[in-house]
Write a protein that binds this ligand. Sequence first.
Ligand code: SF4
Length: 216
Amino acid sequence: MYLYPYDIVRMKNRLGISSGEFLEQHTVTAIRGNPFFPNVMLKMSDQDDKACPFLSGNGCRVYEDRPFSCRAYPMERGVSPLDHIGNRDILHFIAIHSYCKGHGESREWTVREWIENQEILPFIEMNDSWTDLDVIFRTNPWGEQGLNAKAFKMAFMGSYNMDAFRNFVFSSSFLERFAISEGRIKDIRNSETELLKLGFDWITFFLTGKGSLSTG
Ligand code: SF4
């Protein structure tokens, strides 16, 4: 199962472990759709059933913070990057799998109702921003060094490893180099969602020189 950066923030906090521990214990990476940036995927059980590691006798161990794919299923969402006037094209699909008993339910849901019922909005906000970064990654900003480039390692940290990124922000000259308001600094201290948004802004800045972040 594909994991978005925001999925990892939610799941690792639910489990009470660091993002580094989560990445190490529960994920694998592989180059898939984007040839210049690996997908981060949930590591399934190595038993024959290949079950999700968070499935227990009492159901999902991370249910309140389950990832986007689990919340949205069977809805799938296709999103274009922002265009020059700040709009996106968005399409919603239904995945049909014969094993899913939910298709037999009599109730019909609108997309809006499903998003609300499954509390998907915060995931959508972060995942849509991730789509814009994915477009940048597809230009191979790492050059010949590929995934060995320092820029790639920084981008991966700013996307997936919020504990390491927090340490970097607050233990280096980061806050002196960038013009970040006191209010935003307070927000990123208190919220890993806000920290992740800063991570996305930082990556956009150092790879393109554009975006909302600027040097002080
Ligand atoms: S809902 Fe929970 S147990 Fe089911 S696949 Fe998602 S994370 Fe795993």
